[in-house]
Design a protein around this ligand. Structure first.
Ligand code: ZN
Length: 355
């Protein structure tokens, strides 16, 4: 792993946005940095993955594949491809996104790096989308991450729960939340989550908080046989077939029983909600999963340095999303249906561009 992921952060200890701006003031430095993170010195074809390429002469570094003969640059297939915004600004935006634990609005990022709010929003969505499309976020959690004094692995403990984003669900009883969702009077989005104690979190937007939505998420996200802690929600009723399942009964005001509790996932929910309500005010239903991945990424990388996190974010950039695809909401039938169901969340009106 070490050889594949050069942690450039060790030699680039950015402390302020000014450090980033100065270090990446020339395009060539940016390209070099992306090339290093992407291929670690051994450039491969961006189209077919062939490892024999020629470097072409010219002002900008370009390559030609020995197999498929296509030409490409280091930006081919990344979120930076075909962007008219200078790479230095992209890196500044990424740096700002890594340093704000609770998230930051596109208005602020736009101001900080000197682009319009619309451009900043688009850049940030591209970055978030890169998280979503990276398989690393979908490794299962639950395996042992700690050892006891005799070097025996301590089994991992995973807490699972579900929540709603939108309305004022934080202090509301779950029955009431469910009733409101059934009536459809509030635009709410259901989210399933699982967090390993001392480890990573997995999140997914779901249609409803029922068995059919929650169980596939858990099977996908949590290793079978793991100790799983949940509340008494019926959706978790048969989880003991797959996991070492323990339930805490919130209805009876029971919150901790020995090692059984769901406090870790509930703490995560409050962090997520503070971030979403405090910073974004409004999240378009189309992009909920992107925001979830952003929070998950930040949470999961909380123990590495900011410089390392910056490297990691740039190295995830190998996924492109066009502006058209990002804003094609109404043109897609499936989206149209979704739209009708929940036009906005949190009861806010829909601004021209989400912040
Ligand atoms: Zn090729």
């Amino acid at each position: 792993m070490e050889a594949q992921q050069p942690i450039l952060g060790k030699s680039l200890p950015f402390r302020t946005i000014n450090d980033v701006a100065i270090h990446f003031q020339y395009k060539s430095t940016c390209i070099e940095y992306i090339t290093q993170l992407r291929w670690n010195g051994h450039v491969k074809c961006a189209f077919c993955g062939h490892d024999h390429v020629y470097e072409l002469k010219g002002a900008n570094v370009r390559y030609k594949c020995a197999s498929c003969r296509k030409h490409f640059s280091a930006l081919k297939g990344t979120i930076f491809e075909n962007s008219t915004i200078p790479l230095a600004k992209w890196f500044m935006a990424i740096f700002i996104m890594t340093t704000h634990r609770k998230g930051i609005s596109s208005v602020q990022v736009g101001r900080d790096i000197g682009v319009t709010q619309k451009s900043a929003w688009f850049m940030m969505q591209r970055v978030r989308n890169a998280f979503k499309n990276q398989s690393f976020t979908y490794d299962k959690i639950g395996e042992s991450i700690k050892k006891d004094e005799n070097d025996n692995p301590i089994p991992g403990i995973v807490e699972a729960d579900e929540t709603y984003i939108g309305g004022k669900p934080v202090n509301m009883h779950k029955k009431k939340q469910d009733a409101i969702v059934k009536r459809g009077s509030q635009r709410k989005i259901a989210v399933a989550g699982a967090v390993q104690r001392g480890g990573e979190v997995r999140l997914q937007e779901i249609e409803q908080t029922d068995y059919n939505n929650i169980v596939p998420f858990l099977v996908k996200s949590v290793h079978q046989g793991t100790k799983l802690m949940t509340d008494e929600h019926v959706a978790y009723g048969t989880m003991d077939r797959l996991y070492e399942h323990q339930t805490i009964t919130h209805v009876l005001k029971e919150y901790v029983r020995g090692e059984v509790s769901t406090n870790a996932i509930e703490n995560f929910w409050s962090l997520l909600k503070r971030g979403i309500y405090g910073t974004y005010h409004f999240i378009s239903p189309y992009h909920v999963q992107n925001y979830l991945e952003e929070f998950a990424f930040r949470f999961n990388s909380r123990d590495i340095t900011e410089a390392q996190r910056f490297d990691k974010m740039v190295s995830l950039s190998n996924h492109r999303l066009s502006y058209q695809k990002l804003i094609c909401h109404g043109k897609n039938k499936a989206n149209e249906k979704k739209d009708e169901k929940r036009k906005t969340i949190a009861g806010y009106g829909r601004p021209k561009y989400p912040v």
